[in-house]
Ligand binder design. Structure first.
Ligand code: SAH
Length: 349
């Protein structure tokens, strides 16, 4: 990594080995790197002065060469149902959102992977924001670390689950998402179990195959919303080049390696996918791999033309799927009053 003259490097872009090389090159001991690494990740230090077991000279040396691009929770809003939405400011001034969702049994962090999104799903508020850039691993990690602290502070309970269901498409920022997850699950980071993590995707087939090949240990959720190509293409442009057949093949490959049920996220909209034939198509799709279905509530977005279908349609879906052995849950949204629910993240704060 070559720095521009005078430019400070983001210290969390360095691997531990590189940090060791830095200290040795500056006449210090390699183990110093371990101490710094622990401050940077496990202890989420926001500046070098916080690293109190380092000498002043060492802290100054670090200060001269590096920056810590820590996120800043700019505003925090709490919903009547306890859900907390954070507006997270990045070092370059861009903003993403992250959400803490408390339930009786769990505390879930919902984190963003990109600033904005490029996929253009017609029903999603985030799609209205241009994709500005990918988040770095440390920016994803920091969102989780901040929510972990909020969880202890406001609820006196540990964070139990993490979902990549905030802004952006995690599989279009694959390397950084994987690097963040490595740190989140590492004993040198947050030490969370990979099986408590879920990555949600529109279903980019070739990336699902890559994930399977990489042997990842987290769970997979697919935002399906329709199981007929013309319908899905009309609401999710990705389906034009990444058809349901491509997706099914990728999911079979994934399941053969991962052997954990895939979750399908599915909204039922009036006049779009509320007919028995739509539910039949979903049932057929569900036969590709063991799965469960979350029928999620639609959160209306500004100027959106979509309307959530009535209870009868939801029950029609649930009945058909359940009677064919597919676990189907009707999920109520959380944090709607503060625009923190699925598809509402649009930096409105
Ligand atoms: N790009 C990834 C991660 C975002 S997850 C993905 O699509 O899976 C956000 C979830 O909320 C997705 O399941 C998305 O389809 C859903 N969603 C988007 N807009 C919504 C809305 N207005 N109401 C309810 N769910 C919505």
């Amino acid at each position: 990594m070559v720095a521009e003259p005078g430019a400070k490097r983001d210290i969390r872009k360095l691997q531990l080995t590189e940090l060791k090389e830095f200290f040795v090159a500056h006449g210090d001991k390699a183990f110093r790197a371990q101490q710094v690494h622990e401050w940077l990740w496990k202890k989420s230090a926001k500046d070098f002065d916080a690293m109190t077991n380092l000498s002043l000279a060492t802290r100054q040396l670090l200060q001269e060469h590096f920056t810590i691009n820590h996120i800043q929770v700019d505003t925090m809003q709490q919903s009547a149902d306890g859900t907390i939405k954070n507006a997270v400011k990045l070092h370059d001034g861009l903003v993403v959102e992250s959400v803490l969702i408390p339930t009786e049994k769990r505390i879930t962090a919902c984190v963003s992977s990109q600033v904005g999104c490029s996929l253009g799903c017609k029903f999603c508020a985030t799609a209205r924001l241009k994709r500005m850039r990918n988040l770095n691993p440390d920016e994803i990690y920091d969102q989780v670390a901040a929510i972990r602290q909020q969880s202890e502070l406001f609820f006196g309970r540990p964070l139990t689950n993490i979902v990549f269901m905030g802004m952006g498409e995690p599989l279009l920022n694959y390397n950084n998402v994987i690097a963040a997850i490595d740190k989140i699950t590492s004993p040198h980071g947050l030490n969370m179990a990979a099986k408590r993590l879920t990555v949600s995707t529109v279903g980019i087939a070739k990336m699902i195959i890559k994930m399977a090949d990489d042997g990842v240990k987290f769970n997979l959720a697919v935002s399906l919303h329709a199981a007929l190509n013309p319908t899905r293409s009309s609401i999710m442009p990705i389906n034009d080049t990444n058809t349901l057949e491509d997706l099914a093949e990728a999911l079979k490959y994934w399941y053969a390696k991962r052997k954990r049920k895939v979750t399908y996220e599915y909204v039922v909209w009036e006049g779009i996918n509320d007919k028995p034939s739509d539910a039949e198509a979903l049932l057929k799709f569900c036969k590709h791999v063991p799965c469960k279905v979350n029928l999620i509530e639609y959160n209306p977005i500004e100027d959106g033309e979509f309307r959530q279908a009535g209870d009868a349609a939801l029950q029609m879906y649930q009945h058909l799927l359940e009677s064919n052995g597919i676990t189907t849950r009707i999920r109520k949204s959380r944090g709607k009053d503060i625009d923190a629910a699925c598809g509402q993240l649009a930096n409105k704060t």
